[in-house]
Design a protein around this ligand. Sequence first.
Ligand SMILES: NC(=O)c1ccc[n+]([C@@H]2O[C@H](COP(=O)([O-])OP(=O)(O)OC[C@H]3O[C@@H](n4cnc5c(N)ncnc54)[C@H](OP(=O)(O)O)[C@@H]3O)[C@@H](O)[C@H]2O)c1
Length: 269
Amino acid sequence: MSWMRALGSTGLAVSALGLGTVKLGRDQGVNYAAGFQLPDERSAAALLKLARDLGINLIDTAPAYGLSEERLGGLLAGQRGDWLICSKVGEEFEGGRSRFDFSPEYTRRSLENSLRRLRTEVIDIVLVHSDGDDLRIIEELGTLQALEQCKREGLIRAFGMSTKTVAGGLAAAAASDVVMLTYNLERREELPVLDACASLNKGALIKKVLAGGHLAGGYGDPVQASMDLVFAHPGTSAAVVGTITADHLHADVEAARRALKPPPPPGSG
Ligand SMILES: NC(=O)c1ccc[n+]([C@@H]2O[C@H](COP(=O)([O-])OP(=O)(O)OC[C@H]3O[C@@H](n4cnc5c(N)ncnc54)[C@H](OP(=O)(O)O)[C@@H]3O)[C@@H](O)[C@H]2O)c1
């Protein structure tokens, strides 16, 4: 399997690993294995350069990731064409708490705010940032339809949903271009969503591929085992890994590239 991959039928080609940017913008209300400080501008710029040099073109952000969008707007200036940006609508994080609004009116306003913060004319992928009530959002609130309209208007290139349930993931796969789902060594229950993305030719972005850094022992090399798991599935378009540590990014890319390498032919050694 190759490093650059079709994102379902969107016409977009994503690198097998994407860079998640929660830790570029938000250090409150997060559940990582170890404490951390937001990287300063220099380290953040160096991290993005490293990601690019390692072949990554996908960057994942959200209004709910604190300063992430605002910072990316500055950091990506002059290199916007090198990246596919994935952002979200529906969740805001203000005063240390999440607030949700999935209405079509707010969806558009949120997207306009993201375009401004990211200093771009178009966002490549926009996902509904679910609060967990996936089916209600999909069936009753009109959020996906609002994003579909924004796509028609050229404000975004593809739309979908970051889901939290199997039923929601299946419904999102049927009704949109891209699903972001959790799939890792310790949480495999959303596998049917990945199967559906494969059979419907929809984009599938894996979040929490390293279980947020909470992987228990017993997997040998847990990073390699995680990448082997997600890339063994034909439905995976890309795994979005959330790191601010250069050595970890190197290790994650190496593990993903090893996972994608075809096995040696029989009898070759
Ligand atoms: N609802 C949603 O839409 C949603 C929810 C969760 C996540 N996401 C997206 O998915 C991205 C990834 O999810 P995540 O950050 O929660 O989880 P993750 O990628 O599974 O884990 C990230 C954690 O693993 C550590 N890590 C990374 N590479 C490592 C390595 N080689 N060795 C040891 N530790 C390593 C990171 O620490 P270091 O920084 O020190 O490397 C970080 O604390 C997020 O940034 C976000 O973009 C979306």
